[in-house]
Design a protein around this ligand. Structure first.
Ligand SMILES: [Zn+2]
Ligand SMILES: [Zn+2]
Length: 423
């Protein structure tokens, strides 16, 4: 019997550019092919793979670090490609936007993106497809709307690839659950493999408290948020707790919200998203921004989440010195981003003096913390080996050690280019 092996092409001991190749005889399955950010934010691809050899490409979700480099695979050939219908629609938007901003650095163009999108065999969460003779289970990953884990059966063993995963229910997505599912090998992310997040309900309560204070005080609340996922989660929360507030959402959030509303089954509380869409106000034109800022008590949800461009830059400059206003971060602020500087030093580019508005950060992570990840592995049946990826150093090693200790299974922490013979 041919042996089963896993080669990590990207995301080995790093967060970003996820790409994992599973080989069994002449069958080759590629899970994700994402973009990473190198020096000066120049996009970097995973290690190369021969598209001609691939039997299937399986894309877990529409974040660029999972799908961003995938069009490169379709330059000369169509490859059967599995993803959910929602991931397909969102990937089109995300990659089109990336081509606009960074197309110069990328080795593909719109025709390759279209070739990829046309190669997609859509699979619903909770269903099984058979492609090139390989059964593929598509399982909810709970990370962002439409996100999936994949379980394939090769050589008589079940291999499960988690992609990015979250185990808690949020208003936007239901948490992942693997209870009773058989998987002999699990390839798992470990972004937060050595910490736990505070309970979501407490984070939500505190955020609402602060927003209420600022609104009552007549200040403006600026919430920089990624247009896909985080924006909608915050809008759902505000729709439930503060439906009377004057909430605006700017940038691509509107277009994405409209797509999500066409996939209600992928949303945990579609009623709240619908409500947010009905009662809150999109900002379709830049000329409206000035007017909104003059409105006491306005709440603005806008990209970019880390203040690297986007309409957030317009707003922040005008509320910077207002003590009654607040700048509320709801996502991880990567080192050396403008958002991180504001948070740590209270300064922003050329704005000069320190910020006078309140600056706060709330942990609305869409990745499971260590307990969630461990719980996920413990709930799997027949687990023999674990491959830990998509985490930095030392997180990957911390999590691997914990898995070994608590589950007593074989654990691997491959770096990029490494091949593991399963066995
Ligand atoms: Zn992701
Ligand atoms: Zn990721």
């Amino acid at each position: 019997m041919a042996s089963v092996s896993i080669t990590v092409l990207g995301g080995g001991r790093e967060v970003g550019r996820a790409a994992v190749l599973l080989s069994y005889g002449d069958k080759k399955i590629l899970f994700d092919y994402g973009i990473g950010l190198g020096e000066d934010d120049i996009p970097v691809l995973p290690l190369p793979v021969k598209p001609a050899e691939l039997s299937v490409v399986a894309i877990t979700h529409s974040h660029l670090d999972h799908v961003g480099a995938a069009p490169f695979l379709y330059i000369s050939r169509r490859i059967p490609t599995v993803m959910t219908g929602l991931t397909r629609e969102l990937s089109r938007i995300m990659i089109t936007d990336m081509l606009k901003l960074a197309g110069y650095y990328l080795p593909f163009e719109y025709p390759e993106l279209n070739a990829m999108l046309e190669s997609v065999v859509e699979g619903r969460l909770g269903s099984t497809l058979e492609i090139s003779g390989i059964p593929i289970d598509i399982i909810n990953a709970g990370h962002i709307p439409g996100s999936a884990m994949f379980r394939v059966e090769v050589g008589g063993r079940y291999i499960l690839y988690t992609g990015d995963v979250n185990t808690i229910d949020t208003r936007l997505v239901k948490g992942a659950d693997l209870s009773g599912i058989e998987a002999n090998v699990v390839v798992i992310e470990s972004t937060y493999g050595n910490v736990d997040h505070p309970p979501r309900s407490r984070v939500e309560e505190r955020l609402i408290e602060v927003v209420k204070e600022v609104v009552e005080d007549g200040g403006v609340v600026l919430i920089p948020a990624f247009a896909l996922g985080r924006s909608q989660e915050i809008l759902c929360l505000l729709a439930e707790k503060m439906p009377y507030a004057n909430v605006y959402y700017d940038g691509m959030a509107r277009q994405i919200t409209e797509i999500l509303l066409n996939y209600r089954r992928c949303i945990h509380r579609p009623d709240l998203l619908e409500k947010a869409y009905k009662i809150f106000t999109p900002v379709p034109r830049a000329s409206l921004r000035k007017k909104i800022l003059k409105e006491p008590g306005a709440v603005i949800v806008t990209p970019a989440g880390m203040l690297k461009g986007g309409p957030a830059l317009y707003y922040i400059k005008r509320m910077w010195s207002d003590r009654r206003s607040a700048l509320i971060f709801v996502s991880f602020q990567a080192p050396s981003t403008p958002g991180r500087r504001v948070l740590e030093e209270g300064v922003f580019e050329e704005l000069g003096p320190r910020v006078q508005a309140r600056v706060m950060w709330f942990d609305f992570s869409s990745h499971a913390g260590v307990s969630g990840l461990l719980g996920l592995l413990k709930s799997v049946k027949g687990l023999e080996e674990v491959v830990v990826i998509h985490g930095g150093d030392p997180t990957v090693f911390d999590f691997a050690a914990l898995v070994e200790e608590e589950l007593g299974v074989k654990v691997h922490t491959p770096s990029n280019g490494e091949t593991i013979e399963l066995g």
